[in-house]
Each structure stands twice: as C-alpha cells, then as structure tokens.
Ligand binder design. Structure first.
Ligand code: DAH
Length: 357
C-alpha cells in the first residue's frame, strides 16, 4: 500500500503546484489519462487473484476519486483567480476624465464663407448658385474669352472627355459663370454673390486643385468704379473686423471686365507669418472690374442702358489671412488635429447681430 500513499502524495503535490489551467491539465493527463500512472495501476488488477483485486481495486479507486476531487478543487480555484485577475485589470475608474474625443466643428473655409455671406447679405446682396460642372459657354465664351485664347489654358482647366457632339464639359475654373447664369435669368437691377467650389489643375502652398470663391455682381443704371471700390473696402473692413486694413487697387486684365483691377491688402510677412494691418508687403486677395460690354451683350443686357461691376475672391485665402493658417493644403488634408485647432463651434453661426467670429 505504501506505493499508493507515495503516488497520492506525489500527484496531490503536483496538483497543488500547478500554476495555471494548462499545467493542471498536464497533471491530470499524467495521472488519470489513458497511459497515466493511476490508470496504469488499474490495468494491473486483471492479473490478480480475486481477493487481492478486491482490496487493491477499492484502494486504487479511492485514490483515483481523491485525485479527481483535488483536480476539481484546484481547477475551480485557478478559474476564480483568473477571473479575479481579469476583473482587476479591466476595472474602469469612473472618476477619471473621459478620453479626449474629436469634438467636430465648422471648417475654417465654411466659417469664412458664412462670414462673407453674412456681410454681403447685410449690404443687400442675394446669394446665387450654379453647377460645379460647367460648359464652355458659361465658363469662358460668354465671359468674353476669345476662342483658342491662351487665357483658357491659363486657367489649368480640368476637362471631361468630349461628348459625341464634340463638346467638352469642364469643372468650373471660377465662380464667374454664375454671373452669366444670373444675368440670363434675371432682369436688372441685380445684386448677387455666388459662393462655391472651383477647380484648377494646380497645387502648392497657396494653390489647391479644389478651392472656394465668392463671386459678386452688381448691375444697374449709372454704376461706376466708385461703387465697386466702396463695396470692397467696406467688405474688407467688416471681414477683418478692423478699420486698420489698408488696401490698394492695381490695374490688371480680365477678359470679362474693363477696366479691371486686383485688390491687395497691406501685410507684414516677416518671420514666415502673415499679419495684416501692418508691414510693407501686399497680398493679392481678389480680382474685380466693370463688367465688359461684350459680357452684358452675351447675356442679353444692353450695355448702353445698364452698367455693372463684378469681383471674385478666394475664400480659403481670405480665411488663411484672417485666422493665420500658413499652408492652404492643410485645409483639405482632413487631419483631425488641424480641425480641432482651427475649427469653429457649430453653435456660433456668423451674423450681423452676434458678430462674425
Ligand atoms: N474669375 C476671376 C478668377 O478666378 C476672378 C474675378 C476677377 C472675378 C474679376 C470677377 C472679376 O468677377 O470681375 O481669377
């Protein structure tokens, strides 16, 4: 019998020493498995005399039951310990601050656009819209771009494949075609702005293939450059929320206006940043001019009766200037950290009563 006592002590010690469920199972297999030590003892019973088998068999069965019970207890203890460890590692301290999540907000370009619309609405401009996919007539021809004129190429136009008729549609290169659509569909007096997306095959720190413009158009009797200048200077002072901005008009050429000008704002560019209202540099922010008689005629308006002015400005660029964003490309890189930093609250829509930004 002493061999059974020794074997039991040995197996129970192994059961107690098993540190995890896998080790415990190995002990079980070594003792009670098909070729295990206790199973081996049971196999020896066959060759014994009936009396011997009776005594020995009972002892081995008791041993097997005790080992099985010890295995069960140890297994339950190990499972409880594993669960306790998991619960401890997964505890949630509800008093800790919540992990930082993106808040979501209004993109600076949309904020800038809303601000521009709010200012011009206050000045009596209605908002007009046109399609992003344009035809050659509205984007170029009606705007007095001569056929095959290099200015068409200068716009780095994205063309679609030609239709069966040979006509090539394009992504509008500016918001000026909305001028044409408005003059064709409405009678003067006209006072509209047209905010929207525009496209050119161009990409660097101050150009992106898709960008935003706000177009402006005023058609009435007796309109002159003085009206244009006052409108734009008033807009700029309101937009930058200061009277300290100095602007200059430089003669320029656009096929659709005569005379044409570009407007610059005075700024300081030292140290890689742009600050307005100070410094000795100028930054171009918009094109403008008196609507060319050919454009009026193409839209069915008599230039001897009506005159008008128009302007077009880059929204993203004005936003960069106002909010100090150094690279235009960041605006469309969809980086959540950038939006967290430069985004605006959706609950603070710009308007004349509560202010712009
Ligand atoms: N369409 C011009 C551009 O994208 C901007 C512009 C200049 C618009 C003069 C106008 C204008 O309406 O009168 O470069």
């Amino acid at each position: 019998m002493t061999d059974l006592t020794t074997l039991e002590a040995d197996v129970l010690a192994q059961v107690a020493a098993a540190g995890d469920l896998a080790a415990l199972d190995a002990v079980r297999v070594a003792a009670l498995g098909k070729t295990g030590s206790i199973s081996g003892l049971l196999k020896t019973l066959g060759s014994m005399s009936p009396d011997e088998r009776k005594a020995r068999g009972a002892a081995i069965n008791l041993l097997r039951d005790r080992v099985q019970a010890a295995l069960n207890d140890r297994k339950a203890a190990l499972e409880t310990a594993a669960l306790d460890a998991r619960l401890a590692s997964e505890t949630l301290d509800l008093t800790l601050p919540a992990p930082r999540r993106r808040r979501g907000g209004v993109h600076p370009t949309m904020q800038t656009m809303d601000e521009m619309v709010a200012i011009f609405a206050e000045m009596g401009f209605a908002v007009a819209e046109g399609p992003d996919i344009e035809d050659d007539f509205h984007n170029f021809t009606a705007l007095n771009f001569p056929p095959k004129h290099p200015a068409r190429e200068m716009h780095d136009t994205f063309f679609f494949n030609p239709k069966e008729s040979g006509e090539r549609m394009l992504l509008r290169t500016h918001t000026s075609p909305v001028q044409v659509r408005t003059m064709v569909s409405q009678k003067p007096p006209i006072r509209i702005i047209a905010p929207g997306r525009t496209y050119r095959c161009d990409s660097d720190a101050t150009h992106t293939p898709m960008f935003h413009q706000v177009e402006g158009l005023v058609i009435d009797k007796g309109i002159h450059m003085g009206h244009l200048k006052w409108t734009l200077e008033t807009f700029i002072a309101r937009f930058f929320e200061t009277d300290a901005v100095t602007t200059q008009f430089r003669p320029h050429h656009f096929p659709f206006t005569e005379p044409s000008a570009e407007m610059d704002v005075q700024c300081d560019r030292t140290g890689g940043e742009i600050r307005i209202g100070q410094g000795t540099s100028w930054l171009e922010i918009l094109g403008c001019g008196m609507v060319h008689p050919n454009v009026l005629r193409a839209c069915g308006i008599d230039p001897d009766e009506y005159q008008g002015f128009a302007f077009g400005m880059g929204v993203d660029r004005l936003g960069m200037l106002k909010y100090g964003m150094p690279d235009l490309r960041d605006m469309f890189s969809s980086d959540g950290r950038w939006l967290d930093h430069y985004g605006f609250s959706a609950f603070a829509a710009p308007n004349a009563a509560s202010g712009l930004s």
